[in-house]
Design a protein around this ligand. Structure first.
Ligand SMILES: [Zn+2]
Length: 395
């Protein structure tokens, strides 16, 4: 048994405890969270705060080799165009090395679980080592109904490879984004469902203003991008409303749904989604948003609506680190009014709930095994992050 203490303990499931002590079993199971007075054993004492391990609810580990390969701040359509060209230039050895290094980086940064997009089989061998807990999202995208059947076959073969390489993998087949999935494929993915045990869904949402323009009046850069790919959208009809209002009704209300990015979700979108389902999680990836669009979501809108926010790193194709702490620093820099206690809830408990891992991860509660991390070099006057705050995994 270890007794760990720091200036503050953030159990997440209860308010922070000054000089609190976490009692942890040899296998990492939380035995108890104590107030400082009630402890008689010898205690390992640290400067800073203790909190549960981070849950990264949106990553593409398979793109880890693409760090720095795509120029910044070109907008999403520019990013996609550059991405498609750049992706072809890497060898399998580079891809494999990137995946291994990417996972190692997440482990070092106190991440204990990941909601990971895997559209090809490249990450499966690494994941089968079970260094980190993964929920695997295999994305389908057909753009136009001509490609639907072929895409279903492709996705099925990725699922078969996942099951072969990583037997007890947790996974779901999910739509990629409103602009890249036809109506017919949406219906197949969200109502027929590929796996009976499928409990978690995910979709990239409103990452760019162009997505709304496409659905509202068939305008904007997406249609130009698709034309440059040789696609014929002449028969495609806009819905006349935002992308989120268009696609949300396809989704079951019974399953958790991670909406990823939400940079351009406004007050009406948030109200619409919150009224639609109680199982919606809004995953933010601030550093990727700055990298691609140079814009952040307005977090105050989500907080005012009581929405559940989670944090993701996105991939190294649009980020410089796979670190939830770095994402929190960016939010704290632009929204200093959001307290560290709230950011930690997004980074731990909310993420564990979104991925269905809340019985083991996300908070210091008796019987859970969430990992214990130390965050050092804080501003202790108001308990907030500094640009050089650091994370260390203790358990
Ligand atoms: Zn993504």
């Amino acid at each position: 048994m270890r007794y760990l203490s720091a200036d503050f303990v953030f159990p997440i499931s209860q308010p922070p405890i000054k000089n609190g002590v976490v009692a942890v079993d040899d296998d990492g199971t939380i035995v108890e969270v104590h107030s400082p007075q009630s402890i008689v054993h010898s205690v390992e004492r640290y400067r800073g705060i203790l909190c549960p391990g981070f849950v990264n609810t949106h990553c593409h580990l398979e793109l880890s080799h693409m760090k720095g390969a795509i120029p910044e701040k070109t907008g999403l359509t520019g990013f996609i165009q550059n991405f498609v060209a750049a992706r072809k230039t890497f060898s399998y050895e580079q891809i494999e090395k990137g995946i291994e290094a990417g996972e190692k980086e997440m482990l070092q940064n106190g991440i204990v679980a990941v909601g990971d997009i895997c559209n090809v089989k490249d990450t499966f061998k690494q994941k089968a080592k079970q260094n980190l807990r993964y929920y695997n999202f295999i994305e389908a995208f057909d753009f136009l109904p001509d490609n639907t059947e072929k895409e279903i076959q492709r996705v099925k073969s990725v699922v078969a490879e996942l099951k072969e390489i990583f037997h007890n993998a947790e996974y779901a087949v999910v739509p990629h984004a409103p602009y890249s999935v036809s109506e017919i494929l949406f219906k197949i993915l969200t109502t027929i469902s590929f796996s009976k045990s499928q409990k978690i869904l995910s979709i990239h949402n409103q990452e760019s203003e162009e997505e709304n323009k496409m659905f509202i009046d068939k305008e904007g850069k997406f249609l130009k991008l698709f034309q440059s790919f040789g696609m014929d959208f002449s028969q495609w009809e806009p819905s006349g409303t935002t992308s989120l209002e268009t696609i949300l009704p396809y989704f079951s209300k019974e399953e958790n749904l991670l909406l990823v990015h939400n940079t351009y979700s406004d007050v009406d979108d948030i109200a619409f989604a919150e009224a639609y389902s109680e199982k919606i999680f809004w995953c933010t990836c601030p550093n990727a948003n700055i990298y691609i669009e140079n814009k952040l979501p307005d977090y105050n809108l989500f907080l005012a609506a009581g929405a559940k926010i989670t944090i993701g790193t996105d991939s190294l194709a649009s980020n410089y680190t796979l670190s939830i702490l770095d994402e929190m620093k960016t939010i704290a820099k632009y929204f200093p009014e959001i307290k560290l206690e709230i950011l930690l809830e997004w980074a731990t408990l909310n993420g564990s709930q979104a991925l269905g891992f809340q019985n083991e991860l996300g908070s210091f509660e008796k019987g859970k095994n969430p990992g214990v991390i130390l965050i050092e070099k804080l501003n202790m006057e108001n308990i907030s992050l500094k640009s050089d705050s650091k994370v260390k995994r203790l358990v």
